[in-house]
Write a protein that binds this ligand. Structure first.
Ligand code: GDP
Length: 373
């Protein structure tokens, strides 16, 4: 300022009121050009053939980007995703799909890493997918923890994809099933689908896999582990994990208990008799035995025709699932329905209409207004 003609700056009428300082000029964004390039790169969609060719060459980056489209709820992404899936379908079906379930803490990720490293060590390509019912509800996921499966994450023969998180269980499961198609087209020979054995997601996993492995702990009752009877019934193999150190005897005892429990279940259509093994994902003891059983199951079911019969049944099941999901989505997204639903709900609550009549009315409105919606 350098002007000393006034005793004090505030004595000068020129300075009455507010004075706004000029401030420091905003510096240029560092690397502005590369930031822009990054942003446009993220948004740019490739052609369907570019994705498909990349996938068929086993390009993991393009596979990942295609899976992101499968998981997206944007109609323009879904449109491309469906075209990619269609072109990948003839190249799919060649993997062994294994469902792995168990309560949090049973050792699923440690087990998957141990078995996964064994498989990739033999030159196999393994994709690990997940269906995690917690990820939608809590926005935090039981299976999505980044520190899980560190060894496998760095393995060039492994591809790990956390659970898709948006939508209903049916929607999430459909996306996982579509991701299987893309992974198979990319040359993955083994696919693990992991889920937490506490809810309905096991049924979804069971409906898209060839083998269902249930991991259990010794010394905790079924009740304690939250494993429902129905889940045990689906299992082709129960592996009692953490059979190491002081736990070995307890694991052996649990093995006998589960063997007895399995005898009570009706025989499986596959003619496979579910078995119980003990293993330690931490020391890797028994991991290869688990794998041998999975291969034995594959051999037996391939011979008796169950393997392909089940795949066919699953394909039909998923066709119906997809129809149901789409019909439901169309219904609830129909603007005529959206505008009417609250009114119908209060009619039901006020006993002016039964649930069935209200449902019938809404369905009628939907059918009449489908074209406009
Ligand atoms: P997840 O929640 O089912 O995926 O379980 P994790 O794989 O994260 O394992 C939970 C905890 O159990 C971790 O502290 C693991 O180190 C430990 N764990 C996993 N497998 C074994 C095992 O075979 N033996 C022992 N002693 N600990 C294990």
């Amino acid at each position: 300022m350098g002007d000393n003609s006034h005793e004090h700056i505030e004595n000068n009428s020129e300075y009455k009121g507010l004075k706004v300082n000029k401030g420091i000029p905003q510096p240029e964004i560092v690397n502005n050009e590369s930031v822009q390039r990054f942003l446009t790169k993220k948004r740019k969609l490739l052609s369907v053939d570019e994705y498909v060719n990349g996938i068929l060459k086993g390009d993991i980056t393009l596979l990942s980007r295609a899976v992101t489209l499968v998981e997206s709820s944007k109609p323009e992404h879904q449109k491309i995703a469906q075209q990619i899936i269609e072109k990948c379908l003839p190249h799919s079906g060649n993997s062994l799909r294994i469902g792995i379930t168990g309560v949090p803490g049973v050792g699923k990720s440690t087990f998957i890493e141990a078995l996964g490293k064994y498989l990739t060590g033999q030159g196999n390509k393994l994709a690990v997918l997940a269906i995690d019912p917690s990820s939608e509800r809590s926005k935090g996921s039981i299976l999505g923890d980044k520190t899980r499966m560190e060894d496998l994450s760095g393995d060039k023969n492994a591809y790990i994809r956390p659970s898709p998180s948006a939508g209903s269980l049916g929607g999430v499961a459909r996306k996982t099933r579509e991701t299987i198609v893309l992974c198979e087209a990319a040359g993955f020979s083994h696919i693990f689908i992991e889920t937490v054995g506490v809810g309905q997601s096991e049924t979804a996993v069971h409906s898209m896999t060839d083998f269902f492995l249930l991991l259990m702990l010794a010394g905790a009752g079924d009740e304690l582990q939250g494993i429902k009877r129905g889940i045990m019934e689906m299992a082709d193999l129960i592996a009692i994990n953490k059979a190491d150190g002081h736990n070995v005897d307890k694991a052996k005892m649990a093995k006998r208990q589960y063997e007895n429990a399995l005898h009570l279940f009706p025989a499986k259509e596959s003619e496979w008799r579910p078995q119980v093994l003990t293993c330690s994902a931490a020391t890797k003891k028994g991991i290869v035995d688990v794998w041998d059983k999975i291969e034995e199951h594959k051999k037996q079911t391939a011979q008796n025709g169950y393997f392909s019969r089940k795949r066919n049944q699953q394909a039909i099941f998923w066709m119906h699932e997809t129809i149901q999901e789409q019909l439901k989505r169309d219904f609830y997204q129909n603007p005529f329905i959206k505008g009417k639903i609250a009114e119908m709900e209060s009619s039901v609550l006020n006993n002016q209409m039964s649930s069935f009549v209200a449902a019938g009315e809404l369905l009628k409105i939907h059918n009449e207004n489908q074209k406009e919606s």
